[in-house]
Design a protein around this ligand. Structure first.
Ligand SMILES: *[C@@H]1O[C@H](CO)[C@@H](O)[C@H](O)[C@H]1NC(C)=O
Ligand SMILES: *[C@@H]1O[C@H](CO)[C@@H](O)[C@H](O)[C@H]1NC(C)=O
Ligand SMILES: *[C@@H]1O[C@H](CO)[C@@H](O)[C@H](O)[C@H]1NC(C)=O
Length: 210
């Protein structure tokens, strides 16, 4: 999406999860931290391929995913995205695309959708409204919400690119989307950046809230 401001944020939900243990089905209350992700192509783990009327996207084929066991998932990068690294730093499994059939959403979900904007309706894309509507459907139990720092960038929206030998030497994998290496560095800043870089809280602090 040329000239749109990127739309990216993470929510850490401190949920009180009800777990069923053993054959007694004893209820145990445990505080569990979940990660919810909203955004556009920089955070989308492949939601659009599951949407009705979505346009075929190059992100579901090579070279996208070339540094992820050569598996194209719909992520617009050679490998993992920023929210994937945040999940890894938090010792959580990677958030699945919320639209993926039978996705395990017990540790959170990723609602991000490539091409998403704050306003308007586009076919085959989940804009912010749709992402939040789906979030409400997924979160059945109320918890304490902490909203993480917004990473706000500009997408230069260049259409074509030339594949480089070693994407980890570059910031961008294609015209508007960052490489796994860059995503890891951005995730490290989000996760544990110092206050003058990441504020008022970094994501690690959000996870540490009681
Ligand atoms: C796609 O369309 C089918 C059939 O109309 C509908 O049942 C389904 O809910 C739709 N899925 C989404 C994600 O909108
Ligand atoms: C990844 O897939 C591409 C395209 O199918 C292929 O050319 C390449 O050899 C594969 N790389 C590895 C490491 O398997
Ligand atoms: C942030 O503060 C540290 C010292 O705590 C300083 O070394 C660093 O240059 C600052 N970074 C920015 C971007 O201002």
């Amino acid at each position: 999406m040329a000239t749109t401001s990127n739309l990216l944020f993470l929510i850490v939900l401190h949920a009180t999860a009800l777990s069923l243990i053993g054959c007694y089905a004893a209820n145990q209350l445990s505080s569990k931290k979940l990660l919810f992700v909203f955004g556009d192509s920089l955070f989308d783990p492949g939601n659009n391929q599951y949407l009705n009327n979505s346009m075929p996207s190059a992100s579901t084929s090579w070279p996208y995913g070339m540094n992820m066991n050569n598996k194209s998932t719909g992520r617009l990068s050679d490998g993992l995205l920023v929210p994937d690294f945040v999940a890894l730093f938090a010792n959580l499994p990677l958030d699945p695309p919320c639209m993926q059939p039978r996705a395990d959403l017990t540790n959170g979900a990723n609602f991000a959708s490539a091409g998403a904007g704050v306003l308007g309706e586009s076919n085959g894309v989940m804009n912010l409204n749709a992402q939040l509507t789906n979030f409400k459907k997924v979160v059945s139990r109320k918890g304490k919400l902490h909203v993480a720092t917004v990473y706000n960038g500009k997408n230069c929206g260049v259409g074509s690119y030339k594949l480089c030998k070693n994407p980890s030497e570059y910031v961008f994998f294609d015209g508007g989307h960052t490489t796994q290496k860059t995503n890891r560095q951005l995730a490290e800043l989000l996760w544990s950046g110092v206050p003058n870089v990441t504020g008022p809280y970094n994501v690690k602090q959000l996870f540490e809230f009681p």
